[in-house]
Design a protein around this ligand. Structure first.
Ligand SMILES: [Zn+2]
Ligand SMILES: [Zn+2]
Length: 585
């Protein structure tokens, strides 16, 4: 057999969607077909079923037909058609008409893909640019997964079609792996855990995409933000504070207006001035820098702030804490000379290391770093002095080497305003998230006319570095809730331990102990003896609190604590001091 092409996986999935369509057309011949591409882990196809009522209850029926098509192992063959020929193949099908119009307009060739049986007869055909695998038998193990409404061409003025999703894997083993992954992901879903662990909520009265954080969720947010602030304090960051609205002029100057105006919330005041809710903080921070004449001796100047931004995301795109309309950034900006860039970026990577190290995520194989540089083919895409770009890219490379980051150079991934280091972290079930970043910016200082007086007494332009450690706190929370499956490390957990007296006789001692531990800074909840001991220990485990402390006769006598760690079956005996130390981990 010939070697598999590089896009084989995509071909296989795309052929799977044609097999699904062939099955659908055999079952409901009046169906009209929209588009049907494949994605990273699935394929889908849009259908207009007309008057036929098709739901996920029909999946079994469709899959049975699909299996028949796969077993027949039809050849998949490409056929080129003239425009008139192609049009006559789908009489009265407005979707195909429109698709063919587009192909003709773009001056492309029209191709069909046929399923052909061993006698050479075409058993199924569809307009398609391909490519495909050679025969239907190659699509492997498949399953239809869900069904959803979808507007033709994604436009809500158009007809609503039915989108059917499926997955296809080369063998049973990969399918089983995928199913296990889905189960794990569902168990860890932050929207589900957020409710169960009482971390955040949404209210129709407040609005979609605007999360409200409970005391426990707020504790998590603040602990994350404060931990980052504490770590970076030694690198000279100073806190600043800005209002959440501003004149639209600020974003016109920064250049964000054109790009973001559709996504901004507009605010109407008493006068004529147009205000917006801030979608980012960088332009505001430039104005604090610009409030005074700076000397080279003042640089670097480092501002940091944990502050909320607002973006009017499409309601359909909102998703738990992952996609929200109010997002709180742990933001920071450094204004420095070009020769200070290396040291500053290095310090940012040290904060990343310390913070993610504390979470246990800064480990080999758990993360990788992208050194995002210019695409040498399209230098015109990037603004700023090419000589400064060269220097900045070189500095980032040196930081990567000196800090052992082993950054992967990705050409063309730089922003138009400067190169960057992006940190990608893998969560407990292998999903990858871009979280921390350090981005050099040559453009904002230019647009805002930022200056400092250099050693020669002349005016010079500083470089700006944007830095985020956690990114948006909302998105970061969604990631770590799912990463830890809600069982946070003790230092981060809103409640660190339940204290459980064995029976009434131990209640007074247990309460006293709770007070004592609270004074020492521990976050302890008391769990009275109204339920059976077994039930209380089970409940404590369900709440995912890191420790249960069990107090019975032995503990009262010895003064030691019997503790059980979350997820473990065995108890251990520790002193109060040892226990307090465990809470730091
Ligand atoms: Zn196709
Ligand atoms: Zn920024």
């Amino acid at each position: 057999m010939s070697k598999k092409p590089a896009d084989y996986e995509g071909r296989r999935k795309h052929t799977a969607s044609h097999v699904m369509s062939a099955a659908v057309m055999m079952l409901w011949p009046e169906t009209k077909r929209g588009v049907g591409p494949w994605t990273d882990d699935s394929f889908y196809q849009d259908y207009d079923f007309g008057d036929a009522e098709v739901s996920d209850k029909d999946f079994k029926k469709i899959q049975k037909k699909m299996r028949w098509i796969v077993n027949k192992n039809f050849k998949v063959e490409k056929r080129m058609l003239k425009e008139a020929e192609a049009r006559s193949a789908f009489p009265g099908d407005e979707y195909k008409e429109e698709l063919i119009d587009g192909i003709v307009e773009r001056g492309e060739d029209i191709s069909f893909y046929d399923f052909v049986d061993e006698t050479g007869r075409i058993v199924y055909t569809d307009l398609c640019a391909g490519p495909h695998v050679e025969s239907t038998g190659e699509i492997g193990v498949f399953e239809l997964t869900k069904l959803a409404g979808s507007y033709w061409r994604g436009d809500s003025d158009n007809a609503m079609l039915t989108r059917v999703y499926g997955v296809a894997f080369e063998n049973e083993e990969l399918m089983a792996e995928y199913k296990h992954f889905l189960e794990e992901a569902a168990k860890r879903d932050h929207r589900k855990l957020g409710k169960e662990l009482d971390l955040f909520t949404f209210s129709d009265k407040v609005g979609s995409g605007l999360p409200l954080f409970t005391p426990k969720g707020t504790f998590l947010r603040e602990t994350i933000a404060n931990t980052i602030q504490d770590i970076q304090a030694e690198f000279g960051y100073e806190r600043v504070n800005i209002p959440h609205i501003c004149k639209k002029d600020l974003y016109e100057t920064s250049g964000h207006w054109d790009k973001f105006k559709e996504d901004l919330f507009h605010v109407k005041g008493k006068g004529d001035t147009e205000f917006v809710m801030k979608p980012m903080n960088c332009p505001h921070h430039t104005q604090i820098y610009a409030s005074q004449m700076r000397s080279y001796r003042d640089l670097p100047i480092r501002y940091s702030e944990v502050t909320t931004c607002y973006r009017d995301e499409q309601p359909g795109e909102l998703l738990g804490l992952s996609r929200v309309r109010s997002l709180t950034q742990d933001d920071g900006h450094v204004f420095c000379r070009i020769d200070q860039v290396k040291e500053e970026v290095k310090n940012i990577t040290k904060v990343v290391q310390a913070f993610y190290g504390k979470l246990g995520m800064y480990e080999p194989g758990r993360f990788w770093v992208s050194l995002s540089v210019r695409d040498p083919q399209t230098p015109e895409k990037y603004l700023g002095d090419p000589a400064e770009w060269d220097k900045a890219e070189q500095f980032l490379k040196e930081v990567s080497e000196e800090q052992g980051l082993d950054a992967v150079k990705t050409e063309g991934e730089a922003a138009f305003y400067g190169p960057k280091l992006d940190f990608m972290f893998k969560d407990a079930i292998g999903r990858e998230w871009q979280l921390a970043t350090a981005q050099i910016d040559f453009v904002q200082p230019e647009r805002f006319g930022l200056e400092y007086i250099n050693e020669k007494g002349e005016k010079d332009r500083p470089v700006m570095i944007h830095r985020a450690i956690a990114g948006s706190l909302e998105r970061f929370l969604s990631v770590i809730i799912e990463h830890f499956a809600g069982a946070f490390p003790a230092w981060l957990s809103p409640i660190q331990a339940h204290i459980i007296p064995v029976n009434e006789a131990h209640e007074a001692y247990a309460k006293e102990l709770q007070q004592k531990l609270k004074y020492a800074g521990a976050r302890i909840e008391y769990y009275d003896a109204s339920d059976s001991l077994g039930k209380r220990i089970r409940n404590a485990q369900k709440s995912k609190v890191p420790f249960s402390i069990i107090i019975g006769d032995n503990e009262v006598e010895s003064g030691n604590l019997t503790i059980r760690k979350y997820g473990e079956q065995k108890d251990q005996s520790v002193s109060e001091e040892e226990f307090l130390e465990l809470l730091e981990s």
